[in-house]
Design a protein around this ligand. Structure first.
Ligand SMILES: Nc1ncnc2c1ncn2[C@@H]1O[C@H](COP(=O)(O)OP(=O)(O)O)[C@@H](O)[C@H]1O
Ligand SMILES: Cc1cn([C@H]2C[C@H](O)[C@@H](COP(=O)(O)O)O2)c(=O)[nH]c1=O
Ligand SMILES: [Zn+2]
Length: 200
């Protein structure tokens, strides 16, 4: 079995498909997205990359991983804008998909139906462990879903949760290691129990 998309027939065949890369923060979603997109560029495919304009964390116009890998992108406010930029395109990459509106599901379906390979990276769950934005819908329509994992910073197991370490109840709070830590289920349940007692 290939862990990641090394299936060269799927990589180069000009047939529409939807690939989703999901997981917690620090799980390598952006690195894997950049890896697939750079390979598509080496194959001389026409690639267009989008990210939500609100995600200004590392750069305004680049998709950047926690390890400083980067690729240039177009920041957009609404999923509908993707269709304006994607005539004559073979591969579309989308990072931080959780921040987009639910219209993204239909946009990705339209692109794939028109022969475009769509590669989407995003958080499957928010800090509460609740499905985030259009991600569950995107997983449902995907041809392939890759769930990637960080390392739990408490015990070294695989992490599936993004624990927010600062007090803020809003679903959207941009951040990195100062605001979030990746945890396994056991350590996450323990941490949120401790958070409750800290506010009692
Ligand atoms: N606890 C951790 N587990 C795994 N990787 C981590 C951890 N903390 C920091 N990293 C770094 O994060 C990188 C992944 O970054 P990135 O692809 O931007 O992740 P994501 O997009 O899923 O947040 C790893 O290669 C590693 O260098
Ligand atoms: C869990 C969670 C995260 N966020 C923000 C924090 C970061 O800016 C991004 C995730 O980036 P990554 O590439 O996956 O590391 O999302 C948020 O706004 N709300 C949350 O619940
Ligand atoms: Zn753990």
């Amino acid at each position: 079995m290939n862990v990641f998309s090394e299936d060269h027939i799927q990589e180069t065949r000009r047939r529409g498909r939807i690939e989703v890369i999901c997981g917690s923060m620090f799980s390598g979603k952006t690195e894997e997205l950049i890896r697939r997109l750079k390979r598509a560029k080496f194959a001389r495919q026409r690639v267009e990359i989008f990210k939500p304009a609100i995600d200004t964390r590392y750069s305004e116009a680049e998709v950047v991983s926690h390890d400083s890998n980067s690729i240039s992108s177009t920041p957009i406010d609404s999923s509908a804008s993707i269709l304006l930029f994607t005539s004559e395109i073979d591969v579309v990459g989308i990072d931080e998909a959780q921040f987009f509106d639910n219209g993204l599901i239909d946009v990705c379906n339209q692109l794939a139906n028109n022969g475009v390979r769509v590669i989407i990276a995003g958080l499957d769950m928010d800090f509460r462990g609740t499905p985030f934005g259009p991600m569950p819908g995107l997983c449902a329509i995907a041809d392939e879903v890759s769930k990637v994992h960080a390392i739990c910073v408490k015990c070294g197991e695989l992490a599936t949760f993004s624990h927010r370490t600062v007090k803020n109840d809003k679903q959207v709070l941009l951040g990195e290691t100062a605001q979030y830590e990746p945890l396994c289920r056991t350590c996450y349940l323990k941490a949120i129990e401790e958070d409750k007692h800290a506010t009692d």
